[in-house]
Write a protein that binds this ligand. Structure first.
Ligand code: NAP
Length: 535
């Protein structure tokens, strides 16, 4: 705890200048040197951090076997506030040794956790849910501090993230098997569902809580234990949630959290025969590596990877509904979600009208520190994210796209970027090929329904797609034709714990949430009872 206060004091003394947080783990044998100079010192963020620190809510150690633990070599890494550049905490920079111990703890805890009744596990999860909701303000503040999203959105994520724990607590009691009518009179056939075992949970920075609870809720409900590796950029929300899991009575070793060198920890999880499953959310590139690495010990894998969501607006769409839905999908978390509308494909009859009305709506959005009430657009996560947006935009402009709003870094500096709308976008531009992961809305044009579907499916990704139309037959026809795991019709926000979330093609394998999300953490066992006719 004292480390954070020290870091803040040192930053306040430095002031002025800008620099971006680095992406890869640069461990320090001392406390993280304050190489990040702040252009603006946010007193609001500082007082929130100090409050969370003094209330004990800000955890800065990893959790292994129920014990809060430093890296074995004492190395740490700083966690930055992307809105200010301030180092808000130093966390352990761990590697393979700590990961192996966490795996060992999870393996030991599995023996007793998996033997509890479903009702007992359910009670623990329900208690955890209550604590998460009871601390939604603090968790939301922590998330805004380390991730940058507006506080209201962060608290929304706490509600959403906690809902997976509540849902899993309920589903724990419904892990049914089967009795199969036997083809032979002296045999009885059963299917039993059992927990997979220890699960390695690797998650990204854009949803610091929900991407964890979406995996850990069903895993624990089924009787699995977990080793979580959150992103080094946003570990504090994960650690606070783990503390609440302990307070909920979830036994030591059931939930472990380690962080630091991603590939070392990842390799330890992949190599261990005690880890029976990897559940990953993140980029397609890392997902492919993990899938290949899991082959060595033939582990199960669930992969929630990148998207390239098309958002098709037909001439017959209700314009207000289309604008509201597209805005919500595109600009949530400043465009940093895997289900963000990445290509807004608009029919020619409504194209100009849509572009004009959409830009006016985008222009109203306030950019700034997520702690300010009227802000809906926070900073991007780091300098690399801004540079990616700039590269994509330069490529689009060089190939004929026109900027009708924004198109540059925001005057606030740091990693703030102006909400941007560009028109005349074509399918061969970089921005149409890959997720931009920033507040840029590219507008493409189409003539016919067939062309819209062809453009939409012209990608290796297949996570979420959106359709805006008032024609019920068309909405069904197009939904069926889209090669995506999720389709929102006249709706831009589709995620909920009760529905299956996941992609096809290179957007991943498996589903999270809903009753289907439970299957990812269960093995099926067929039991054949023979000699059943003798007395
Ligand atoms: P990322 O770079 O793939 O990182 C995701 C996680 O993997 C982080 O914890 C990262 O650790 C870790 N990691 C990186 N290299 C690793 C390795 N060799 N072995 C093991 N772990 C490794 O993705 P990101 O930039 O954090 O997140 C953005 C991406 O996630 C986007 O592509 C987005 O579309 C996708 N996403 C998908 C969904 C979905 O549900 N489909 C949801 C949210 C996000 P460090 O951060 O510590 O390096």
């Amino acid at each position: 705890m004292w480390r954070m206060a020290a870091a803040l004091t040192r930053i306040a003394a430095v002031g002025g200048g800008t620099a971006a947080p680095a992406r890869s783990a640069h461990c320090s044998s001392m406390h993280h040197p304050v190489t990040v100079l702040c252009r603006q010192i946010s007193t609001e963020a500082q007082s929130v951090a100090a409050r969370l620190n003094s209330s004990g809510f800000l955890r800065t150690q990893a959790l292994i076997g129920g014990k809060w633990t430093d890296a074995y070599d004492g190395k740490t890494i700083g966690v930055n506030n992307p809105a200010t550049g301030e180092v808000i905490a130093n966390i352990p920079c761990m590697g393979a040794r700590e990961a192996s111990d966490a795996i060992g703890s999870a393996y030991d805890a599995f023996k007793s956790w998996s033997k509890l009744t479903a009702a007992e596990r359910s009670k623990c999860l329900r208690k955890w849910y209550d604590l998460l909701i009871g601390h939604k303000e603090e968790l939301g503040q922590l998330m805004t501090l380390e991730q940058g999203k507006p506080l209201k959105e962060a608290i929304g994520e706490v509600n959403y993230g906690a809902s997976f724990i509540e849902f899993s607590a309920e589903e724990a009691k419904r892990v049914y098997g089967d009795i199969i009518p036997s083809p032979l009179s002296d045999r009885r056939l059963f299917v039993l569902k059992q927990p997979v075992g220890v699960v390695g949970v690797i998650t990204p920075w854009n949803f610091p809580l929900a991407m964890i609870t979406r995996k850990v809720g069903p895993a624990l409900a089924c009787g699995c234990t977990v080793v979580i590796k959150p992103s080094e950029l946003t570990p504090l929300t994960a650690l606070a949630a783990a503390e609440l899991a302990l307070q909920a009575g979830i036994p030591p070793g059931v939930v472990n959290v380690v962080m630091g060198h991603a590939s070392d920890i990842g390799d330890a999880l992949l190599a261990s025969p005690q880890v029976r499953k990897i559940s990953f959310t993140g980029s397609t590139a890392v997902g492919k590596k993990l899938m290949a690495g899991a082959a060595g010990t033939v582990k199960k894998v669930s992969l929630e990877l990148g998207g390239n969501a098309p958002c098709i607006v037909f001439d017959d769409a209700d314009l207000d509904v289309a604008i509201k839905g597209t805005l919500a999908s595109k600009f949530r978390n400043s465009g940093q979600t895997c289900v963000c509308a990445n290509r807004i494909i608009v029919q020619e009859g409504i194209y100009e009208k849509f572009a004009d009305a959409f830009s006016k709506a985008v222009q109203k959005m306030q950019v700034g520190d997520g702690f300010h009430d009227d802000v809906s657009q926070g900073p991007l996560i780091n300098e690399a994210a801004v540079q990616k947006v700039e590269t994509f935009l330069e490529d689009a402009i060089s190939k004929g796209a026109k900027v009708i709003l924004g198109g540059k870094r925001h005057s606030l500096g740091m990693t703030f970027y102006e909400p941007t709308v560009i028109t005349d976008v074509k399918s061969d531009m970089l921005i149409s090929r890959e997720e931009v992961f920033g507040p840029v809305a590219p507008l493409l044009r189409f003539k016919t329904e067939e062309e819209a579907v062809q453009i939409a499916n012209d990608t290796n990704a297949g996570l979420a797609a959106y359709v805006f139309t008032s024609n019920i037959q068309r909405s069904w026809r197009v939904s069926e034709a889209l090669e995506y795991g999720i389709v929102g019709v006249n709706e831009g926000i589709v995620s909920t714990e009760v529905a299956p979330f996941g992609g096809v093609k290179q957007s991943g394998l498996g589903r999270e949430g809903s009753k289907y999300g439970m299957d990812e953490y269960l093995e099926m066992k067929y039991i054949c009872l023979g000699n059943m006719l003798s007395n």
